[in-house]
Design a protein around this ligand. Structure first.
Ligand code: GAP
Length: 506
């Protein structure tokens, strides 16, 4: 059944809440903008997705090892990486409707043209006309009457240790009575920064900072990678599209260290690997594409970069970036910390001198993916509606989450047909075999069987095992496939093996 693109997100948000995938954070207090909680099914889906990434990037490779670093790092890390000075968005206030927005995301117009808009941005307000001074207008009311752009740093700042920051600011204000405006602000900034720490805005930096420890303890030979997944935080000016862009999110990043001059071939290799990985778990493989960054778009540290994009209901957008980061980060951290972050290859000659032994600062390829964004992509990819008659033979819509079985939160539901005649007991025996094998199983006896199937279709459960009258006489159960709704009879004591076999095959 074709679903209107504009309806799709609404349906996904509503299913996410109804089935326990994603809840608004602190909902009973009115919610917190751009913060989300992953419910009982959401946490399973997210863990499965991240476990698959770890498996492909670390466990199935000899050249990549893992790391789990602190979220709060030494503040000098962010000075050296450039985040303190440059990790910011251009922020603008609309003088007409008071909206605050990102200049680079605002609707484009031709500078110098006449723009019509409404006073206060409200319907029925006075019609106004003004010349657009810049090449964009307010996204809320279309007004060209805007404040100057200010750079807004996206890092969340806090203070570490038992420091009374307000007390220190008060002291400064009282002491520096002759200072005002920017000068006073600079003095206050100085005392705030004495104890300032930042929540990491990317997981990447710890992998540069721990380069030597990891390389030496694991005797890694270049080329090799360090992988990390976990929370990152950005005080985003524009939060949008449900969990697509939020202030707290999870990343899955890997820094792949290679010899200078080989970065081009490794970039191509990782773009291909990452694309194949995303597609392997998707139903609609043509909804993923790669896009090379234009020169002007490249981050200051990159010599080339590709985005892996997904065709979201609102259009193509980023899912993962694969960047060739040169030797920028290792060099910056070497200079800033005084610890030389380099690699010595005793089997190679130095290309400059021709002498045996080659010491160099490795170049880096970085596949940087969003785990929470990936979860949204797979929810969109899996959402499916079809017309199927209900138990009374009337037209009804069956909603299915066609999640890849390895990502599905619940792998198998065990359903006694009725809550009597020994069926619950027989069902619990089957459930036990799955518990022991570590496969996420749900015992479910609430409501009529048709309703239970629909519930598990919406939860994305790939297999339902039904215990019925025949089970008690011949020891067989039915196994129902979520997508085809086909049922087969199999021996109850083979149910675990059959499900394991199907999960392995995919
Ligand atoms: N270390 C490089 C880096 O962090 P990025 O493109 O800023 O690169 C990588 O982030 C990925 O992290 C993005 O492709 C996206 O999937 C995810 N991501 C970034 N900001 C996000 C946000 N505010 N909310 C959700 N996911 C985000």
């Amino acid at each position: 059944m074709a679903i209107q693109e504009s309806d799709l997100m609404q349906k996904i948000v509503s299913l996410s809440k109804r089935r326990g995938f994603v809840f608004q954070s602190s909902e009973i207090y009115g919610g917190l903008k751009s913060a989300y909680d992953y419910g009982p099914l959401g946490v399973e889906l997210k863990r499965n997705l991240m476990a698959e990434w770890w498996r492909a990037m670390v466990h199935e490779r000899e050249d990549v090892v893992g790391l789990d670093a602190s979220i709060i790092m030494h503040p000098d890390v962010w000075k050296a990486s450039g985040h303190l000075a440059g990790f910011s968005d251009p922020l603008v206030d609309c003088r007409n409707c008071k909206e605050r927005f990102r200049a680079d995301k605002a609707p484009k117009v031709e500078a110098g043209t006449d723009i019509d808009y409404l006073e206060g941005g409200k319907k029925g307000g006075k019609k106004l006309k003004a010349k657009a001074e810049r090449s964009y207008v307010c996204p809320q009311c279309g007004s060209p009457d805007l404040s100057p752009e200010r750079q807004f740093n996206l890092m969340f700042r806090s203070n570490i240790g038992p420091v009374d920051v307000l007390g220190r600011i008060t002291e400064v204000v009282e002491r520096e009575r002759n200072l005002t405006g920017a000068d006073l602000r600079a003095k206050i900034e100085e005392v705030v920064k004495e104890s300032a720490v930042y929540l990491r805005p990317e997981t990447a930096q710890a992998m540069f900072v721990q380069f030597l420890n990891v390389q030496q303890t694991m005797s890694m030979k270049v080329p090799f990678g360090i992988a990390q997944m976990g929370k990152s935080f950005r005080n985003e000016v524009t939060v949008e599209h449900f969990i697509f862009r939020s202030c707290e999110f999870e990343q899955m990043e890997m820094e792949y260290f290679c010899e200078p001059g080989t970065q081009g071939q490794w970039l191509d290799y990782w773009v291909e690997q990452r694309m194949a990985w995303w597609r392997a778990f998707a139903n609609n493989k043509d909804k993923f594409r790669t896009r090379a960054h234009e020169k002007a778009e490249l981050a200051h540290y990159a010599d080339r970069c590709y985005d892996i994009e997904y065709d979201y209901p609102w259009g193509w957008g980023e899912l993962e970036g694969v960047a060739s980061r040169t030797d920028y980060d290792l060099k910056k951290h070497s200079e800033s910390s005084g610890t030389k972050l380099s690699y010595f290859d005793q089997n190679k000659n130095d290309p400059a001198t021709g002498k045996p032994g080659y010491r160099y600062t490795p170049y880096v390829i970085e596949p940087a993916a969003g785990a929470t964004r990936g979860l949204l992509v797979y929810l969109i990819d899996a959402y499916h509606e079809e017309a199927v008659p209900d138990a009374k033979g009337e037209d009804a819509t069956r909603v299915t989450l066609r999640l890849h079985p390895r990502l599905a939160p619940i792998k198998v539901a065990v359903l006694p047909l009725v809550k009597k005649d020994g069926m619950p007991e027989a069902a619990r025996k089957v459930v036990d075999t799955f518990f022991k094998a570590g496969i996420n199983v749900r015992y479910d006896e609430q409501h009529a069987i048709g309703k239970r199937y629909r519930r598990h279709d919406e939860a994305g459960t790939p297999y339902c095992l039904t215990i019925d009258g025949q089970t008690l006489t011949d020891g067989t159960v039915t196994i129902r496939d979520r997508d085809t709704m086909k049922q087969e009879r199999i021996a109850a004591d083979r149910a675990l093996e059959v499900v394991q076999e199907r999960l392995r095959k995919i």
